[in-house]
Ligand binder design. Structure first.
Ligand code: HEC
Ligand code: HEC
Length: 206
């Protein structure tokens, strides 16, 4: 081997020795940067916009298979008697214990007094009992039950999940003549009668 070849080989060895660690360092840096990107992107996901997109995504899955819908009212006695003064709330919106409380205090029903004949009372009790939120496997009904514990609120609008979903609506909006109160589900949920409460079908009236 002549001097030139030896010199070249030494150069090659040296440059390889230099190259490997610097490549590793570069790769590590690159990795770090990727990690930062991931962290940053995650950070972005935590803002409202991200949340909204996530919600929308979940939501689209829901509307695809309609798993978030609850069963529409399908009992004519209930519809006629309990839909006379307000929207006939679906049984899956309250636990059985709440419905029983309501049905046993009709003489003081939020300031109103009314009576049911014995037949209607039985039919409505059976209907509400067997279809209540705690007897349902529907996703929405499970959300209603979550965090309720043993409480039996007299109002759907007192359920933690329902309160949480509406906490951004101001009293001024609820007081509008076209709405009146949060109890008036159909004022804003255009598909409430079909048991569909998705945000796609919400239209808050002026
Ligand atoms: C005579 C009229 C009348 C009839 C009939 C009636 N309600 Fe009501 N109901 C009211 C009034 C008034 C309220 C209070 C509404 C408000 O605060 O905006 C109310 C509120 C409710 C609420 C609470 C809504 C909420 O979450 O704020 C439920 C649940 C309810 N009624 C169930 C029933 C059931 C079940 C029947 C049938 C057995 C029935 N109602 C029949 C007048 C009536
Ligand atoms: C003043 C209008 C208004 C009234 C009245 C109202 N809601 Fe809502 N509701 C909304 C709005 C707005 C949202 C939030 C939609 C969103 O997340 O963008 C909502 C969200 C919901 C959700 C969650 C929807 C989802 O996509 O997960 C449920 C369930 C619901 N409402 C049920 C009810 C029930 C039951 C009643 C009646 C007791 C009611 N709402 C009354 C406006 C209203």
């Amino acid at each position: 081997m002549d001097h030139k070849t030896i010199f070249l080989m030494i150069c090659l060895v040296l440059s390889t020795l230099f190259f490997i660690p610097s490549f590793l360092a570069y790769a590590a840096d690159d990795h770090k940067e990727n990690k930062w990107n991931v962290l940053l992107a995650d950070g972005g996901k935590n803002d409202d916009n991200g949340k909204h997109q996530k919600k929308k995504r979940e939501h689209h899955q829901n509307s695809d298979n309609d798993s978030s819908a609850i069963t529409p009212v399908n009992n004519s006695v209930y519809q006629a008697q309990c839909g006379a003064c307000h929207f006939a709330y679906q049984p899956e919106l309250l636990p059985e214990s709440s419905w029983i409380k309501l049905l046993t205090s009709l003489e003081d029903h939020f300031g109103e007094t009314f009576e049911l004949d014995a037949d209607s009372q039985n039919i409505i009790t059976d209907y509400l009992r067997s279809n209540s939120a705690d007897h349902s496997t529907k996703k929405r009904a499970r959300k209603i039950m979550k965090g309720l514990g043993n409480q039996a609120p007299l109002r759907i609008t007192q359920i933690p999940y329902i309160i949480k979903e509406h906490h951004e609506i101001s009293p001024d909006v609820l007081n509008r003549e076209s709405i009146g109160s949060l109890s008036n589900c159909i004022a804003c949920h255009t598909t409430a009668e079909d048991g569909i409460y998705d945000d796609d079908n919400v239209k808050v009236p002026k």
